[in-house]
Design a protein around this ligand. Structure first.
Ligand SMILES: *Cc1c(COP(=O)(O)O)cnc(C)c1O
Length: 709
C-alpha cells in the first residue's frame, strides 16, 4: 500500500476489498489497529456477530459503507491497519535475529485437535485449544518457522444455553467457513480410514506468519458417515473419535505433502495427533528395511506434549478396532495386527491392554514434556512403567504454559502500562522484563484503572444476564431486576473455566451459610461471577452447572452470585480484566497447568488458588493466596472440607479485609501493593512468548539437529 495512492475517499468496492484483505489474516485478532476497524463499521453488528469481521462487514448496509468510504479518517485507519500488518509480516523477528535461525530446512509441524484463536471462530472446547491458539500467535510474533494442522469443525464445540431449571441446552450452529476468512487451498487428500479412502478438503487460515491448515470431510464425494467426521469437536462414540484422530494425524501429514510444505520437526500437542508420527514413519520407510528404523528416525524429530495428569483422561481404544481402522494406513508397513496393537500398549502382546494414544506418542517421540513443573513430576510417576525405570529417571520434562499477552490484555490496561511504565507489547521478543516496573506506578491511577475495568465488566455481565433472562421468557420484572444485580465497586471474584468435575466449581458453596455471611456483609460485601460449560456427555459436570444456576437464585446470597452462559474467549477476556480475584479450586494435582489465572495478572488481578498446575511456580506469598498446602486426602469429602475451610479462612481473614482497608480517598494501599506485585511477577514468566521460545530452544532445534544422525 504505497502512501501516494492514499486518497481521502475511495469507492465502496475498493473499501470492501481492503476490509476483506484486512480480515484475511487473523493478525487483526490480537492487534487493535486490526479489529477496531471492524468494530467501527457497526458496533451493534460487531457485538451481534460475536465480533466477527466478515460477519460484521456482511451486515453493514451499503449506505453506511458509502458514508465510510467518504470518511478520510476511517479510510486512513483501514490503510494504516494494512500497513501495520505488512510491517509486522516483513519484520525480522526474534528467531531471525538469533543464532538458531541458521538451521537449514528447520520447520515445525504443530498438530492439535482444537484451536482457540478468537471468539468468532468457535473451534475450541477449553484450555488445550486456547493454549494452541496462543502458541501459534507467539510463534508468528517470534518468527518461528511453524505450520499448524487441525480439523475444521462444521458445528464447532457447542453453544451453551441454560433453561429455566438450569439444565444445559446443547446447540450446534452450522458455521460458514468463508465467514471466518478461511481460504480454500483447492487441494484435497485421500485419507485411508479402514479399507476406504476419505476425501478431505484443506482450508488455510493465516495466523500472522503461521499457516494453519484445517481438514474438512464434509464433501459430496464422501459417504454420509465420513462427512460427519469433521462435524464437531469431541463429539460422539469412540469409533468416531478414533477416525477423527486418524484423519488429524495421518490426513494432516498427507496434507502437508499435498501442499508441498516440508517440515523437519513434528510437535504433537496432546496424544490426539499421534498417528501423524506413524504416517511420517511410513513415508520414510523403504520396503525391505526394518520398520523400526523408520520409527527411530521419526522419533528423533518428534516432540510430544502431554496435558493429562489423570489416568482416565488418556484416550484408549479397543485394539481390534484400531487395527481395523488403521488397516489402510498400515497396508504396506509389514506389521502384523499384533505389532500394530502393540504400538499403543505398554506391554507387548498383552491382549488385555487397550490401545492408548499417549503410549503411542511416548513411543514415537524422543522429547516429551508436561505443561508445568508439577505436571512433569506427575507424568514421570504415571509413565514409569512404560519406560521401565524409576520415576526420577523417566525422560519427561516440563515446559510451563503461558498466555499470549496481546490476546488477553484489555486495551485500556495496555495503554495504562504503556503510559505509566513504557511497556511495549509489540516488541517481538520472549523477554517481557518491562513488567518488572509495574510496582512503580501511581496507586491512585492504578485504582482508577481497576475501577474502570470492574465497572465495565459489571455492565457487560448485567447485559448478558438480561439477554439470558429474556430468552428464557422470564418476564419483564425479572429482566429489569438483572440490571440491579451486582455492584460496580464491590470486591469481585471470578470463576470461569470448563465445568469438568475435578475443577470443583461448587466448592466455594461447601458451607453455604458461611459463604452467605461473607457475600452479604453490609460494610464489606463480596460478589462472585461464574461462567463455564460442561461437556455434553459429562452428566456430573452438567449437574454442577445446574447447582450453581440454582444458587444464583438462593435468597441467602442477596443477588451477589451470577452465572453467565456460553463461556468463550470474549467472556473470558471481560472477566479476567474486571475481576479483582481469580478463584481456582481443582483437586490437586489434576490441573496439568491451567492458564486462565495468568490472564487477570495482566490487569493487576490476584489469584486465590489451590497449589496446583502453574500456580506453585508463580506464587510467592504476596502475588496471590494459596488455598491450603500440598496435603492430599484419599477421601474426597475430607479433601473438599479441608480445602473449603482454608478458602473461607483466607476470604474472612485476608482477602476481604485487605480489599476494604482503604484510606480516606478510598485507596486500599495494601491491596494495591499486592496487585502490582502480581503484575510485576507473573506476566514476565507466564506468557506464551517465553513458552514458545523455550520449546524452540529445548525441543524444536535439538530435534531438528539430531534428526539426521
Ligand atoms: C484461558 C481460557 C481457558 C483455560 O482456562 P483454565 O484455567 O486452564 O481452565 C479455557 N477457556 C477459555 C475461554 C479461556 O479463555
Amino acid at each position: 500500500m504505497s502512501r501516494s495512492k492514499q486518497s481521502p475517499s475511495i469507492g465502496v468496492d475498493d473499501l470492501v476489498g481492503h476490509l476483506r484483505d484486512l480480515a484475511s489474516n487473523l493478525w487483526w485478532a490480537w492487534n487493535e489497529e486490526g479489529w477496531s476497524v471492524f468494530q467501527s463499521l457497526d458496533p451493534n453488528e460487531w457485538r451481534a456477530t460475536n465480533y466477527s469481521p466478515l460477519g460484521t462487514l456482511e451486515r453493514t448496509s451499503h449506505a453506511r459503507l458509502e458514508v465510510l468510504a467518504c470518511d478520510p479518517i476511517f479510510v486512513k485507519r483501514v490503510y494504516d491497519g494494512l500497513a501495520a500488518r505488512a510491517a509486522y509480516l516483513g519484520e525480522r523477528a526474534w528467531f531471525q535475529r538469533g543464532a538458531t535461525a541458521k538451521q537449514e530446512g528447520f520447520r515445525v509441524a504443530y498438530f492439535c485437535s482444537e484451536y482457540g484463536l478468537h471468539e468468532s471462530i468457535q473451534q475450541y472446547a477449553g484450555g488445550l485449544g486456547i493454549l494452541a491458539g496462543d502458541h501459534l500467535k507467539s510463534a508468528s510474533d517470534l518468527g518461528i518457522p511453524l505450520v499448524a494442522i487441525g480439523l475444521a469443525y462444521r458445528h464447532g464445540y457447542y453453544i451453551q444455553q441454560l433453561s429455566r431449571d438450569g439444565s444445559t441446552q446443547v446447540l450446534y450452529p452450522e458455521y460458514d467457513f468463508n465467514r471466518w476468512g478461511l481460504e480454500d487451498t483447492h487441494r484435497t487428500i485421500a485419507c485411508p480410514i479402514g479399507s476406504r479412502l476419505v476425501t478431505a478438503r484443506i482450508w488455510r487460515m493465516w495466523v500472522g506468519r503461521v499457516p494453519l491448515y484445517l481438514l474438512d470431510t464434509d464433501l459430496k464425494a464422501n459417504a454420509p458417515e465420513d462427512r460427519r467426521l469433521t462435524e464437531g469437536l469431541y463429539k460422539g462414540e469412540p469409533l468416531l473419535r478414533l477416525r477423527q484422530q486418524i484423519l488429524l494425524g495421518v490426513g494432516g501429514v498427507l496434507a502437508l505433502k499435498a501442499l508441498g510444505e516440508r517440515v523437519s520437526v513434528l510437535h504433537l500437542n496432546e496424544g490426539h495427533a499421534a498417528f501423524a508420527a506413524v504416517q511420517r514413519a511410513l513415508d520414510v520407510h523403504s520396503p525391505g528395511q526394518p520398520i523400526q528404523d523408520s520409527f527411530d528416525a521419526v522419533r528423533r524429530a518428534t516432540v510430544f506434549t502431554t496435558h493429562t495428569p489423570v489416568s482416565a483422561g488418556h484416550d484408549r481404544y479397543n485394539s481390534e478396532m484400531v487395527v481395523q481402522e488403521l488397516s489402510g494406513v498400515m497396508a504396506r508397513s509389514g506389521l502384523t495386527p499384533m505389532q500394530i496393537a502393540d504400538l499403543g500398549r505398554i506391554k507387548a502382546g498383552d491382549i488385555k491392554e487397550t490401545f492408548c494414544m499417549t503410549v503411542l506418542a511416548l513411543r514415537l517421540a524422543e522429547r516429551v514434556n508436561g505443561v508445568s513443573k508439577l505436571h512433569g513430576e506427575v507424568s514421570r510417576e504415571m509413565w514409569k512403567e512404560f519406560y521401565g525405570v524409576p520415576a526420577a529417571k523417566v525422560p519427561i520434562g516440563s515446559i510451563t504454559n503461558g498466555v499470549h499477552v496481546k490476546t488477553w490484555i484489555d486495551p485500556d490496561a495496555e495503554r495504562f502500562w504503556k503510559d505509566e511504565i513504557a511497556l511495549r507489547l509489540t516488541k517481538q521478543a520472549p523477554t517481557a522484563t518491562g513488567w518488572r516496573h509495574a510496582e512503580d506506578v501511581s496507586p491512585t491511577k492504578f485504582w482508577a484503572l481497576r475501577s474502570r475495568l470492574r465497572h465495565r465488566m459489571v455492565h457487560f455481565v448485567r447485559d448478558r444476564l438480561a439477554i439470558q433472562c429474556k430468552r428464557r421468557g422470564e418476564g419483564q420484572g425479572a429482566v429489569a431486576e438483572t440490571y440491579s444485580l451486582l455492584d460496580e465497586d464491590v470486591l469481585t471474584i471470578g470463576f470461569a473455566r470448563r465445568f469438568a468435575t475435578y475443577k470443583r466449581a461448587p466448592l466455594v458453596f461447601h458451607d453455604a451459610d458461611r459463604l452467605a455471611r461473607i457475600l452479604t456483609n453490609t460494610d464489606r460485601p463480596v460478589q462472585i461471577i461464574f461462567a463455564g460449560k460442561a461437556h455434553p456427555r459429562d452428566e456430573d459436570g452438567q449437574v454442577f452447572v445446574r447447582q450453581i444456576f440454582e444458587l444464583t437464585r438462593d435468597a441467602r446470597f442477596g443477588g451477589r452470585v451470577a452465572l453467565i452462559e456460553e463461556y468463550d474467549m470474549h467472556v473470558g477476556r471481560m472477566l479476567v480484566a474486571g475481576c479483582d480475584v481469580w478463584l481456582n479450586t481443582p483437586i490437586r494435582p489434576y490441573e496439568a497447568s491451567g492458564t486462565s489465572g495468568m490472564k487477570p495478572t495482566l490487569h493487576g488481578g490476584l489469584n486465590l488458588s489451590i497449589l496446583d498446575g502453574w500456580w506453585p511456580e508463580a506464587s510467592d506469598g504476596i502475588n496471590g493466596w494459596n488455598i491450603g498446602g500440598t496435603e492430599t486426602f484419599a477421601d474426597t469429602k475430607l479433601q473438599d472440607a479441608s480445602d473449603a475451610a482454608n478458602l473461607y479462612r483466607l476470604l474472612e481473614e485476608s482477602v476481604v479485609p485487605q480489599f476494604y482497608e482503604q484510606d480516606a480517598a478510598g485507596i486500599p494501599h495494601g491491596w494495591i501493593a499486592r496487585a502490582l506485585h502480581s503484575a510485576a511477577t507473573v506476566p514476565p514468566v507466564f506468557n506464551s512468548h517465553r513458552m514458545v521460545a523455550e520449546y524452540t530452544r529445548k525441543a524444536y532445534v535439538p530435534a531438528h539437529q539430531i534428526r539426521g544422525s
